[in-house]
Write a protein that binds this ligand. Structure first.
Ligand SMILES: [Zn+2]
Ligand SMILES: [Zn+2]
Ligand SMILES: [Zn+2]
Length: 261
């Protein structure tokens, strides 16, 4: 879990609320992103034989500091959930992975996100003649259904973030469902058998584009997931106080959380 915070991050700039002034490191939340590292039951040697072993989901505004804090040495592929600023504005930082890996990085997104990335990062996809410090080297593909990366199936899960269609991703028994407040009927079968889920839960009060804590708990119940971790958390929710009230198996995620699936 690279980042578990909402778009403003926690602490929010200039805020004096209890959570923003908290000294609990789990109350410090960078912008939302996760890294999926593909392992293997046979051990790390097998994992390292995979051509793709480190998949970044979104390039958050805080990507550079997240990569340093978590010592992320490789990014073999990038999946995008949608093109809101908090999920994409760290894209330029992937230049370091281009340098270290001596290769471009394949990116995957839905059609609207591909179009927005090309527009918002015109200097990347339509680079100027004078390169200076260089631009990210990326190849971008439109997602049209499930596909394979590093020998595992990536299942895009259509979600609604208000009226905006976005993608969650399922990998095996794990699903990452950020920035959503509705799972359409057609997507529930794609989530059957998910045991571990990371799910959007912005705050207690309802919001027009994010699940509230109560709504997210209902989703976890319907999914019958064994473990659920909430993300995209705003400064309304203190880590320790909120966790004390959540049902068994449901917790707030935090930056640096490592889950083994
Ligand atoms: Zn977001
Ligand atoms: Zn605050
Ligand atoms: Zn969003």
């Amino acid at each position: 879990m690279l980042g578990s915070g909402t778009s403003h991050g926690v602490p929010a700039i200039g805020c004096e609320c209890d959570v923003c002034r908290s000294t609990d490191p789990k109350d410090r939340r960078t912008r939302p992103s996760i890294l999926v590292q593909l392992g293997d039951d046979a051990g790390p040697d097998v994992a390292f034989a995979r051509a793709v072993r480190s998949i970044l989901i979104d390039t958050s505004t805080d990507l550079r500091m997240q990569a340093i804090a978590n010592d992320v040495r490789r990014v073999d592929a990038i999946l995008f959930t949608h093109s809101h600023a908090d999920h994409i504005f760290g894209l330029d930082d992937v230049r370091r992975y281009n340098q270290m890996q001596q290769s471009s990085i394949p990116c995957y997104a839905d059609e609207e996100t591909v179009a927005n990335l090309k527009r918002m990062f015109a200097y990347v996809f339509n680079p100027p003649a004078q390169k200076g410090g260089g631009v990210p080297q990326l190849s971008i593909s439109r997602i049209a259904g499930a596909f394979s990366l590093g020998g595992v199936e990536i299942v895009p899960v259509p979600l609604f973030h208000g009226r905006l269609p976005v993608l969650g991703f399922r990998i095996g028994s794990f699903a990452y469902l950020t920035d959503c407040n509705r799972i359409p009927d057609a997507s529930w079968p794609l989530l059957e058998g998910v045991r571990t889920v990371i799910l959007d839960a912005l705050r207690h009060r309802p919001h027009s584009t994010h699940f509230s804590v109560g709504e997210a708990i209902e989703v976890v119940g319907r999914l019958r997931a064994e473990r659920a971790w909430f993300t995209h958390i705003c400064h309304d929710l203190g880590h320790a106080a909120t966790n004390a009230q959540l049902p068994a198996g449901v917790e707030l995620a935090y930056d640096g959380l490592v889950l083994t699936i």
